[in-house]
Design a binder for this molecule. Structure first.
Ligand code: GDP
Length: 476
């Protein structure tokens, strides 16, 4: 059927107002849901810390036992694994397999977390990006050992890059774990020194200072994760919250339930599960509502399919809303019509995601090895898609903290500046298909506007799209 006849198909299913009402009710009664990405320099102790914390959480409460236990068992098998990513990277790369962002769940007394595993190895920055792009909050793990903090915070350290990256991708809250304090004799002086160096830096990244929390921990010895040894060396000077207590008070972000559905695709598979057959499509709902019976269009492309089943956290559900990580099973659509990086949206003309091939973005420039000039060829990362592009016009650079224009039409984008830049992408098209990428401007949908700019495997900038220019129609 053509798009015209579909647009007039009467809407079946549950009214959106009723879903929103039900969702708000559940939110009040139950635990708030948040997703968390764990980042930091390699060897900062991320996997040790998370493994230990999940084990301790598993023994805290009977009610939450099973979810936490399941997560910690997985760690035992090494599937939460920065280490795993390092070990298997060579083989995985040889086989050309992309490593998915693994998801696990854990809960604290008032929060239910989806843990987005973001391998910390340099080569795995793309994976970290898709983890961070889906996260509401980040745990930044810092190695407090003398020399190690300095290395991680230095020019080639990942502390800076990861913090900038998660902020640029829209993560608003960061919890900084000042880790391995056991190795520095739980020195308050060392802790204060690290906090005082990180605070201005994180503020400069754009994190709200009032929301940024610091927690002293010893991950491998289990100090101040779920419990603290009050009579111990840390207890002698620290009487603040434990890591679990801090996580338990993180603010759930406001979900955009009113906008049209936007479901950027992170995984597509063909097959049969206990629940449904058809094309399985996973991703995070960034805007709107999806329910069984909906007709969804996969963009780029002109094909649409019908939602037969929806899974959230391995449970079959009738609907899901913005903020949920879902798998939807579609019928009446061929698996080749959907790719990682596609976006599922409503099929009616008014709510379809438009494709664009040129856009203007506000970029935060990291520390590129070679200067970024007009005409530089780049790769543009949008959700899980990477497309070739070009910096076609450098419009202006601005001071990062004041926002004042430093220079119009600069020759180069220097490191650490904020810049307005026009970018052209080359993607898709061919055989009657329109070219372009499903990017939207920030005023339409914030979560559809985030991009990263990479060159030769190096992340050189990140930012948001402020204006899009529609792609040429098919055959043009
Ligand atoms: P990741 O690369 O950030 O995941 O770091 P790992 O968890 O693999 O830890 C890196 C190294 O630091 C390992 O040798 C750990 O034994 C050690 N380590 C991790 N956490 C702590 C800690 O809290 N204190 C001390 N002293 N060593 C730790």
């Amino acid at each position: 059927g053509g798009a015209g006849s579909l647009a007039t198909t009467p809407k079946v299913g549950i009214a959106h107002e009723r879903i929103v009402e039900e969702y708000r009710k559940r939110e009040k009664e139950g635990k708030s849901e948040l997703s968390l990405v764990v980042v930091g320099h390699v060897d900062a102790g991320k996997s040790t810390l998370m493994g230990r914390m999940l084990l301790e959480l598993g023994t805290l409460s009977d009610r939450e036992y099973s979810a936490n236990e399941r997560a910690s068992k997985k760690i035992g098998k090494g599937s939460f694994a920065y280490a795993w990513a390092l070990d298997s990277s060579e083989e995985e790369r040889e086989r050309g397999v992309t490593i998915d962002v693994a998801q696990d769940h854990f809960s604290t007394p008032h929060r239910q977390f989806t843990l987005l595993d973001a391998p910390g190895h340099r080569d795995f920055i793309p994976n970290m990006i898709s983890g961070a792009a889906q996260a509401d909050s980040a745990l930044l793990v810092i190695d407090s050992i003398h020399g190690a903090f300095e290395a991680g915070f230095g020019p080639n350290g990942q502390t800076r890059e990861h913090a900038l990256l998660v902020r640029s991708l829209g993560v608003q809250q960061v919890v900084v774990v000042v880790n391995k304090l056991d190795a520095v004799g739980y020195s308050q002086e060392r802790y204060d020194e690290i906090v005082s160096k990180l605070q201005p830096f994180l503020r400069g990244c754009g994190f709200d200072e009032a929301k940024t929390r610091f927690v002293p921990c010893g991950g491998s010895v289990g100090e101040n994760l779920a419990v603290r040894d009050e009579g111990g060396e840390l207890g002698a000077w620290y009487d603040g919250p434990t890591l679990v207590e801090v996580l338990d008070t993180l603010e759930p972000p406001r979900r955009n339930l009113d906008g049209p559905l936007r479901l950027p695709v992170t995984n597509v598979f063909k097959g049969q599960t206990a629940i449904a057959s058809g094309v399985g499509v996973s991703g995070r709902v960034v805007s709107g509502i999806v329910q069984i019976g909906d007709r969804l269009r996969a963009v780029p492309g002109d094909e649409s399919g019908i939602v037969r089943a929806i899974e959230v956290d391995s449970d079959s559900v009738p609907w899901a809303v913005a903020g949920n990580n879902v798998t939807v099973y579609l019928s009446n659509i061929d698996v080749i019509q959907i790719a990682v990086g596609s976006v599922l949206c409503p099929s009616n003309a008014a709510d379809v995601v438009e494709l664009c091939d040129t856009f203007t973005a506000q970029l935060l420039v990291f520390t590129p090895t070679y200067p970024l000039v007009q005409g530089t060829a780049v790769e543009v990362f949008h959700h899980s898609a990477e497309v070739p592009g070009k910096l076609v016009e450098l419009l202006e650079t601005r001071d990062k903290s004041t926002g004042h224009v430093i220079k119009r039409h600069p020759r180069v984008l220097s490191r650490g500046t904020t810049a307005l830049c026009r970018i052209e992408v080359r993607s898709g098209g061919g055989a009657g298909k329109r070219s372009g990428v499903p990017i939207e401007s920030v005023d339409k949908c914030k979560d559809m506007a985030r991009i990263l700019v990479r060159r030769d495997g190096e992340t050189v900038a990140a930012g948001i799209v402020v204006e899009t220019h529609p792609a040429a129609p098919a055959g043009a």
